[in-house]
Design a protein around this ligand. Structure first.
Ligand SMILES: [Zn+2]
Length: 419
């Protein structure tokens, strides 16, 4: 498969629930149809938004930025205060009643912290030489009305606003929030000849708003499709299921929906998830982040070395679509290539396809193929369905931030496991 040609076709914003996502879905479905691969789509409902505009007007300047997703249209006036470290706000209850807080960077808890310190909105300054970050509130924050009005601005504009601290400024956000439908795409190759173990390859095809999401994750989708192309030509003796998720950038919405709606099959048969998120940088660092056991980390990293590459290996949670599977005790192997000229701009408009026009996709596809080539024909499935205990607390913390619900982790107690 021609990865670069495919990338050119999905080089557009693919925000979940918008026309851009539907266009990308059609492109992927068309590719599967061309190959004669049977597939199904899995629609799900979300709170979506049409990317809007945001501006801050101070006595001495007017600055434009991005509205944080799911912030609704509003006009707010207040004194501009600076709290460089957003985390500092948790020690300043009620200190900034009615103020507009200027912060450096972004924290997932920022909405909560804005409410805690009594401020009415937050303006997040980005890193130097980056365009304003393209962020969105979590779904539960919108539903529970805890999504503070927020916008992101560039570093240079942050510098200009330093002269306006203490002055009264106005924040104007225009953005439509509306119910929307997003769609996962599911395709299976191979047949359960050796056993019923089901191996997943997953990659999210949605992007953040206002970005082509080139390395994150058009490239990952292209790599997953390249793997699909290989295995449709030579079907493996175990089932290999590809899922192209939407809504990842809005909080793993597609993968959470998929796992919830296929939970019996996943509990019974899912053996491993190979998730690809971020690839394509010409110069970059390759990672294999294993959310499973130490043994699996050694196994996956060892196979990749056999294939000629030395990836940085971690035993960790990786914030992507593997997580809902890990909750069900299905280990996830996450491949990521990052740190270069395109992924360095991740979640900004500069994560653009032209930056990976001559990108490197071979490390990701070779590593993925090497791992699958060992797992799929193995006489006895080589990987345990087990997640290292050290990941439980980070997982609970992550799920809490994701859904604001008490985490329900379905791991078999140690004493019940075969030893
Ligand atoms: Zn991603």
């Amino acid at each position: 498969m021609d990865i670069k040609r495919f990338l050119a076709r999905i080089a557009h914003e693919r925000l979940a629930g918008t026309a851009g996502e539907r266009r990308a879905r059609d492109t992927i479905v068309e590719q599967l149809t061309d190959w004669g691969v049977t597939h199904r789509t899995e629609p799900f409902s979300i709170h979506g938004f049409m990317p809007g505009t945001a501006a801050i007007t101070a006595p001495g300047c007017r600055v434009q930025g991005h509205a944080v997703g799911l912030t609704e249209s509003t006009v707010l006036t207040g004194r501009l205060v600076l709290s460089e470290n957003p985390e500092a706000l948790q020690h300043q209850r009620g200190a900034y009643r009615g103020c507009i807080v200027l912060t450096y960077g972004y924290s997932r808890r920022l909405s909560e912290l804005v409410a805690y310190c009594g401020a009415s909105a937050a303006v997040c300054i980005g890193g130097p030489d980056r365009r304003p970050a393209c962020l969105a509130h979590r779904q539960h924050q919108y539903v529970q009305k805890t999504a503070a009005p927020m916008m992101t601005i560039t570093h240079d504009d942050g510098l200009r606003l330093l002269d306006e601290i203490g002055h009264t400024v106005q924040v104007t956000i225009e953005q439509e929030v509306e119910p929307a439908t997003a769609t996962n795409i599911v395709a299976t190759v191979g047949s359960p000849t050796i056993d019923q173990s089901l191996v997943y390859v997953t990659a999210h095809y949605d992007s953040v708003h206002s970005s082509e999401g080139a390395t994150d994750n058009a490239a990952g989708v292209a790599c997953a499709l390249a793997l699909l192309d290989e295995y449709r030509r030579a079907p493996p003796p175990r089932e290999l299921r590809f899922v192209f998720f939407s809504g990842e950038e809005l909080g793993l919405l597609g993968s959470q929906h998929h796992v919830t709606h296929n939970v019996e099959e996943i509990d019974e048969r899912a053996a491993l998830v190979l998730n690809i998120d971020i690839s394509g940088d010409r110069i970059g660092t390759d990672f294999v982040h294993v959310s499973g056991t130490k043994e699996l980390k050694g196994y996956a990293a060892g196979i990749i070395r056999e294939a000629g590459y030395c990836f940085k290996e971690t035993l960790s949670l990786y914030s992507s679509d593997g997580i809902p599977f890990v909750v069900r005790e299905v280990p996830a192997v996450n491949l990521a290539r990052s740190g270069g000229e395109a992924s360095g701009y991740v979640h900004t408009p500069d994560d653009a396809v032209h930056r990976i026009a001559n990108g490197n996709f071979a490390t990701t596809t070779t590593a993925g193929k090497a791992i699958l080539d060992r797992l799929l024909p193995a006489k006895v499935f080589p990987v345990d369905r087990e997640i290292d205990e050290s990941l439980r607390e980070p997982l609970e913390k992550y799920l809490w931030a994701l859904t604001a619900e008490k985490p329900q982790i379905a791991w078999t107690e140690k004493y019940k496991r075969p030893s």
